[in-house]
Design a protein around this ligand. Structure first.
Ligand code: 13P
Ligand code: 13P
Ligand code: MG
Ligand code: MG
Ligand code: MG
Ligand code: MG
Length: 365
């Protein structure tokens, strides 16, 4: 019997501004998922939040893209939205682009990462949750986990990893996907993956036996909505140990607070700060962007844990460096490369400004 992990997330309201999900929203989701567990639709669940995003981490036997599971998540977010509206929380129902469920939560606003696998004798899994950034934020760390021997010693010294992994890469602009093998096609893969707003890793698969290794939410909210509603704030599920990178290799890339798109109004580049749950609360200029890592052992579908993996003093230098980079980037104000480039601004105020200036642009002789 296989186990499915579904992580479905949405921002349905927060305190103050885009800060942190209200506990009443998490409590409502808890209540709904507890009932689904009682009714045996779910095997287990864990409700959490990263900043203003509420994450439903669910295990079950229904497989990926299951209508009942997606509907359960959608209903939980709808009921939480009702509370958010009563409390006049900021962005109540922000990520729900529709109020009627249409069979699959994809395309409706929430982010989804799911994987189904046959449990090993011991199955450690890390769930990453971000706030104030976009799915491409995972490109660099996921690449390093599964393809960079300077990050993952196992790629060199463990025969079960040595043949490498396949990366399923989505072109979120053209709605196309391509699968690339590493290490053989590493340079070509990197040519795509460096464009973090367009090419995003959806899945990582072990080459030896096609076993799923990682799944990432790739929903781009603004592309779906056609206007700026908020950032996509992605989640990822990564399996570790015994044929996958060790847990420590999975969290290692985040010791480098790389620059990602997001932050204030979803329109600025800033460092991704790895934080424990207690600091998954972006404040300064609505940021800088955060990532937290929850480690679980999956035991017959039960979520044993979580371990709050970035609540480790060894990440203090990364947090300090992120704060310093935040300072440096902020001093650019509205200038690139702090502010995102023009093609990434087309869902915010830029089209309005261009419209206003229409007719005032003259040819240069
Ligand atoms: P332990 O001896 O603490 O189990 O560590 C094993 C290991 O391989 C750590 O990467
Ligand atoms: P969220 O996507 O986290 O709601 O952020 C939106 C925003 O505009 C922050 O300044
Ligand atoms: Mg928000
Ligand atoms: Mg958010
Ligand atoms: Mg968002
Ligand atoms: Mg040990």
């Amino acid at each position: 019997m296989k186990t499915t992990i579904s992580v479905i997330k949405a921002d349905v309201g927060s305190v103050a501004g885009h800060g942190i999900a209200h506990p009443a929203l998490l409590a409502k989701c808890e209540e709904i998922l507890a009932k689904a567990k009682e009714e045996e639709l779910l095997t287990d669940y864990y409700v959490t939040n990263c900043g203003d995003d509420t994450e439903l981490i669910m295990t079950h036997k229904q497989g990926e893209e299951n209508k009942e599971i997606h509907e359960l998540a959608f209903n939980a977010f709808m009921e939480a939205t009702a509370i958010a509206k009563d409390l006049k929380l900021y962005g109540a129902g922000q990520d729900l682009l529709s109020d009627t469920f249409s069979g699959n939560i994809k395309g409706m606003g929430p982010g989804v990462a799911e994987m189904e696998f046959k449990e090993r004798p011991s199955d450690p899994v890390v769930v990453f949750c971000c706030d104030k950034t976009e799915p491409g934020a995972f490109n660099l760390p996921i690449f390093r986990m599964f393809a960079d021997p300077f990050n993952t010693a196992g790629l060199v010294i463990d025969p079960s990893l040595h043949n490498g992994y396949k990366f399923e890469i989505f072109d979120v602009m053209e709605h196309k996907k391509v699968t690339m093998n590493c290490p053989e096609e590493m340079y070509d893969a990197l040519a795509l993956l460096g464009s973090i707003s367009r090419y995003v890793i959806k899945r990582v698969i072990r080459k030896d036996d096609n076993e799923i290794a990682a799944a990432i939410s790739t929903e781009r909210l603004n592309l779906m909505a056609g206007s700026y509603v908020g950032k996509d704030d992605p989640v990822a599920i990564v399996r570790s140990q015994s044929g996958f990178p060790a847990a420590g290799e999975v969290v290692e890339p985040f010791a480098f607070p790389h620059l990602v798109g997001g932050w204030m109004r979803g329109s600025h580049n800033g460092p991704l700060m790895p934080v424990g749950q207690k600091n998954a609360y972006p404040v300064r200029f609505d940021g800088p962007p955060r990532v937290m890592a929850l480690g679980f052992q999956i035991a017959d579908g039960e979520l044993v844990g979580p371990a709050d993996m970035f609540d480790d003093p060894a990440y203090d230098p990364a947090r300090k460096q992120a704060a310093e980079i935040a300072d440096y980037m902020r001093r650019h104000g509205p200038f690139e490369p702090h502010r995102l480039p023009a093609d990434e601004m087309e869902y915010t105020s830029l089209p309005g400004v261009m419209e206003k200036l229409e007719g005032r642009f003259e040819d240069i002789d």
